[in-house]
Design a protein around this ligand. Structure first.
Ligand SMILES: O=CC(=O)O
Length: 325
């Protein structure tokens, strides 16, 4: 009998075909996202869980794992794995996996899309044109934005995605690159002329600040009131990591008080973001719905990589991307 696997979302056909050779897969097929209650019932007989960070399910913790006595592997279709309670998984010898590498360039593209659209006010001015506000009498000063080329970029979290952003900055936009990271990356310094500095120095010197660090207890709200105060009034803040790496109230306050110029946000404290969140009322804030890796090609590659990780464990092999041990 093949091992049973549950997927918290609908698996692309080509991936399902591959998985079906090795396991019996059931998928969440309801409307919207699966809830925790449903997942608690669905995982009682499975050896594999195929999932991605989901605010409706919350963290995969002791309570969930107590309902899944046969579970051997949890394969995340994402690079972030802050939805894993690693201790609870390790206690039970459950292997966790993620999908690094295949999404690096796509996420770096989005970081740059947010930099450019915030600096040049693309979404605001798109609206301006479409609503018919562009008139022969339009004063062009009203449409001015900020230059990106030749400025200074500060990257907080110089992992592979951080490096892909640095490459774009250095070679595409002739920017100076500063970075703050747990450890120094001499090869990034050589390749992109990136300068390692402490957080205070990065925040005071950078024109663009990109937060790209994974969410961990150490990076929870790494950017808050004090940090926004250190930034230039002309600084643009970009978050493509996780909403909880920023104190969102402090971000709102900084924007409302002109402490920074604007923000480009892929992630929020609560997702989907509440419609009455003040960030959604600000014309100098560009928002997208957590789409860092969301291109058809990259999502397909991530889905397959996650399936390979899952099947590896279920067939007694080492997964390509184990995390959290
Ligand atoms: O947010 C997306 C990911 O972690 O892959």
């Amino acid at each position: 009998m093949k091992p049973k696997v549950y997927s918290t979302y609908s698996v692309p056909e080509h991936v399902k075909e591959f998985m079906a050779t090795y396991c019996d897969i059931r998928e969440w097929q309801g409307d919207g996202r699966i809830t925790r209650d449903v997942l608690l019932k669905e995982i009682t007989d499975v050896e594999g869980l195929y999932t991605a960070g989901s605010s409706m399910v919350g963290v995969i913790d002791d309570e969930l794992l107590n309902h899944a006595p046969l579970l051997k592997v949890i394969s995340n279709v994402s690079v972030g794995y802050n939805n894993f309670d690693v201790e609870a998984m390790n206690k039970r010898n459950i292997i966790g996996t993620n999908t690094p590498y295949v999404l690096d360039e796509t996420v770096a593209d989005l970081a740059f899309a947010l930099i450019l659209s915030t600096a040049r006010r693309i979404t605001e001015l798109d609206q301006f044109v479409k609503e018919g506000s562009w008139k022969p009498t339009t004063n062009y000063h009203e449409t001015y934005g900020l230059d990106v080329h030749g400025t200074t970029l500060g990257i907080i979290g110089m992992g592979r995605i951080g490096e892909a952003i640095a490459r774009r900055a250095k070679f595409g936009f002739n920017m100076d690159v500063l970075y703050f990271n747990r450890n120094r990356k001499p090869e990034a310094e050589d390749k992109y002329g990136a300068e390692y500095c402490d957080l205070t120095s990065l925040l005071t010197r950078a024109d663009y600040i990109v937060l790209m660090t994974p969410l961990t207890p150490e990076t929870f709200q790494i950017i808050g009131e004090e940090e926004f105060k250190l930034m230039k009034k002309s600084a643009i803040f970009i978050n493509v990591s996780r909403g909880q790496t920023v104190d969102e109230q402090a971000l709102i306050h900084a924007l409302q008080n002109g402490e920074i110029y604007g923000a480009g946000l892929d992630v929020f404290e609560k997702e989907p973001v509440d419609q009455d969140n003040p960030l959604l009322q600000m014309s100098n804030v560009v928002t997208v719905p957590h789409i860092g890796s969301a291109t058809a090609r990259t999502e397909a590659a991530m889905a397959m990589r996650a399936a390979e990780n899952l099947v590896a464990v279920l067939t007694g092999k080492e997964p390509i991307d184990p995390v959290g041990k």
